[in-house]
Design a protein around this ligand. Structure first.
Ligand code: PEP
Length: 250
């Protein structure tokens, strides 16, 4: 059975006090739930966040990781460092990393492989641009992104991967894919994984939707058969909104 997940990507928001406050608010309100809850605070606060969430059902994850073991990579953070403070999952390939820091599929595949080889789970993000959606080429674009990355892995590696379909035109824009658009793409992705690997791999992989998920649209999106949860940006910075979104996935 694949997992239901709601993950909050805090991006470059929240200082130390705000990080602690937000975690405390979440902790005090989250009760037992079948949903895996994840939060991705900024690097400087990961250890504090990890300690604060120990023995809760909130997993602290990283927003990014480097593809090398260690060395002269100024400003970068390694898998080993993240693991040494207790983390076991990282985002890779967020559209902001792709657009603002020029991370391409080749690099992302290196990151995925390095993380998996070093026993770190991956939430791999991908999605089409507005122009791809408008030109009707969005399936082709997604197929390409998967061909260059996930499809190059071995099927047993997919056990440790969660996919996050995030149409770039819906990230931080307030414009959401409709539930039907999300389902159409998730179903395409799952069929594609099934074709390239097998049905069991496809049935077991969680596929999250990301792009302006809010309390008001979360239930409808999560009700779709191939949507296993969400990667949440803006709404994850507000505990009440994030809690409602988690609730919508139960
Ligand atoms: C994201 O950054 O992954 C995201 C989905 O952001 P938002 O929810 O703000 O659109």
């Amino acid at each position: 059975m694949r997992k239901k997940i709601v993950a909050g990507n805090w991006k470059m928001n929240n200082d130390l006090d705000q990080t602690i406050d937000l975690i405390k608010e979440l902790k005090s309100a989250i009760s037992k739930t079948e949903v895996d809850i994840m939060i991705a605070p900024s690097f400087p606060f990961l250890k504090v966040a990890f300690d604060l969430t120990e023995n809760t059902n909130i997993e602290v994850i990283s927003q990014n990781v480097n593809e090398n073991n260690s060395g002269a990579f100024t400003g970068e953070v390694s898998v080993k460092m993240l693991k040494s403070i207790g983390l076991s999952t990282t985002l890779i390939g967020h559209s902001e990393r792709r657009a603002l820091y020029y991370e391409n599929d080749d690099l992302l595949l290196k990151k995925i492989n390095f993380a998996l080889e070093n026993e770190m789970n991956v939430i791999f993000c991908f999605g089409e641009e507005l122009s791809d959606r408008k030109s009707g080429k969005y399936f082709e674009v997604i197929k390409n992104q998967l061909d260059n990355t996930i499809i190059k892995l071995k099927s047993n590696q997919l056990k440790n991967i969660v996919l996050a379909y995030e149409p770039v035109w819906a990230i931080g824009t307030g414009e959401t894919a409709t539930a039907d658009q999300a389902q159409e793409m998730h179903s395409y992705i799952r069929s594609y994984i099934s074709e390239r690997f097998n049905l069991e791999v496809a049935q077991n992989i969680s596929i999250l939707y990301g792009g302006s998920v809010k309390p008001i649209n979360a239930s409808e999106i999560f009700s779709k058969a191939d949507v296993d949860g969400g990667l949440i940006g803006g709404a994850a910075l507000n505990s009440s909104d994030f809690l409602k979104i988690i609730e919508a996935n139960t």
